[in-house]
Design a protein around this ligand. Structure first.
Ligand code: UD1
Ligand code: CA
Length: 456
């Protein structure tokens, strides 16, 4: 075990031209969260004493968007190279311990890999994360001496033909003791093809003073993939989603197809949960034991109680559903909704900012907004709460054991007493008393002999 402290510098000043976007590259979402947040998460798990992120000119958007109070934002006005970028961050660090350099556009880097690099650097070594790849194009190559020891890193554009054939490449991620890193960086120049201060030049500097250079490998072959284009972002998105699907399968969740689920937040599942194809989970979603989610559902910030069935094509947002309930198909559950146990909300029913007590049902074609619905209530097909008068929203209160017939308008604010029955087609514009039948008196007239117009 090491007693050395760790500080992390994340390079994120690049503009990301190849993304062809106004959004700074590191803010592009991966699994629903800005790419940089994934890197910050991996870094934070190592409990660094300082966390600095180097952003470019105009990168203030990054700082304000991410609201990370533990981050020291460092502005690098001109991108003069990775070495220059790290130098900008040094004054914001403590002059001790190990410094780990990460990239804001390499979001899948695993904490375990970083820990191995940190451990190596904590033993007074320069620790490089390198990888053997089939196609080394674009990467810095690891040049070794005849005895196999690392001699330096050469960037592709500065490399000879022979050096370009080297398949061991620099992932870019390095760790080194603060004092040595600072000294090596002070010595690097921009005397190279790109006219940049290369962080990679610290390797030759370490070798020149016989300082030990350690090499570590990433735990998985794809975690060091970076994002420079939408293509690469899409590829990483699939990798992240496949990781998540595998983790769900490993935890016992049944997935109809692990390639057709998207988790853009945190999905917690009890035992025997099953999820059909094309479902999207956003924010924090918790599914209780035995929950089943039908095909093509979207759930955002939702909790679902044990035994509940969410049928296909349902959209639920910021809501809580009780146990053994049945939602959908084609249900729309909007924010602020709490549905009790055994509730049924059926097809083409929209519920907003409403509560339903145990075993209440709205099975077809209804709009229930800003309502408090008691237990054992039946809301008939075509019933709507008229909750909006053009200026403000009003509440509808429905007692327990109320039966509302089809095609009823409940003009809020209005209260339906417990046990009341509302006849089909009623417009309820005054409170309806408990236990009674309420209806609008209407007459039904038949016009004998009336003829409907016909096309000739
Ligand atoms: C760098 C490495 C190369 C490695 C490759 C891995 C150097 C000199 N080269 O090359 O050996 O194989 O990464 O992908 O380090 N950045 C700044 N400020 C700058 C320049 C870059 O913050 O002035 C940031 C970028 O936003 C990016 C990262 O550093 O996140 C890497 O920069 P990039 O220009 O992509 O480096 P490469 O040329 O790919
Ligand atoms: Ca790059």
């Amino acid at each position: 075990m090491t007693t050395q402290s760790l500080q992390v510098v994340i390079l994120a000043a690049g503009q990301g031209k190849r993304m062809h976007s106004r959004l700074p590259k590191v803010l592009h979402p991966l699994a629903g969260r800005p790419m940089l947040l994934h890197v910050l998460d991996s870094a934070r798990r190592l409990a660094p004493t300082r966390l600095a992120v180097v952003i470019g000119h105009g990168g203030e958007a990054v700082a304000s968007r991410l609201e990370a109070p533990d981050v020291a934002w460092v502005v690098q006005d001109r991108q003069l190279g990775t070495g220059h970028a790290v130098m900008q961050a040094l004054p914001r660090l403590e002059e001790k311990g190990v410094v780990l350099v990460l990239y804001g556009d390499v979001p899948r880097i695993a904490t375990g890999t970083l820990r191995s690099l940190f451990d190596a650097a904590a033993e007074n070594q320069l620790a490089l994360l390198t990888q053997e790849v089939d196609d080394p194009k674009g990467y810095g190559r690891i040049v070794r001496d005849p005895s196999g020891r690392v001699a330096r890193i050469v960037e592709e554009r500065d490399a000879t033909e022979a050096e370009r054939a080297i398949r061991e490449v620099n992932t870019g991620i390095v760790a080194a003791p603060f004092a040595r890193l600072k000294a090596w960086l002070a010595g690097i120049t921009d005397d190279n093809v790109q006219g940049e201060y290369y962080l990679t030049d610290i390797v030759a500097a370490a070798v020149a003073e016989d300082y030990p250079v350690a090499v570590r490998r990433p735990q998985t072959p794809t975690e060091c993939l970076g994002v420079n284009s939408k293509r690469e972002l899409a590829r990483l998105e699939r990798l992240v989603q496949m990781d998540r699907a595998q983790a769900l399968l490993d935890a016992g969740v049944t997935l109809a197809d692990p390639a057709r689920i998207d988790v853009r937040g945190e999905l917690a599942c009890g035992r025997d949960v099953s999820i059909d194809v094309n479902c999207i989970f956003e924010g924090r979603v918790a599914l209780g034991e035995g929950v089943s989610i039908g095909a093509n559902c979207i759930l955002r910030d939702v909790t679902v109680g044990a035994g509940t069935e969410i049928r296909p094509f349902s959209l639920l947002e910021e809501a809580a559903v009780g146990e053994n309930a049945r939602i959908g198909p084609y249900a729309r559950i909007r924010p602020g909704t709490e549905l009790g146990d055994e509730v049924h909300v059926g097809n083409f029913v929209e519920v907003k900012a409403s509560t339903f007590g145990r075993a209440s049902k709205a099975n077809h074609l209804a709009y229930v907004g800003d309502a408090t619905v008691g237990r054992d209530v039946n809301v008939g097909a075509g019933t709507i709460t008229c909750n909006y008068d053009g200026a403000s929203k009003h509440r509808t209160v429905i007692g327990d054991d109320v039966h509302i017939g089809s095609d009823v308008q409940l003009v809020a604010p209005v209260t339906i007493g417990s046990g009341a029955t509302i006849a089909a087609g009623t417009t309820v514009f005054r409170d309806a008393p408990a236990g009674e039948l309420t209806l609008n008196e209407k007459t039904q007239v038949t016009k004998p002999g009336w003829k409907r117009p016909r096309k000739k």
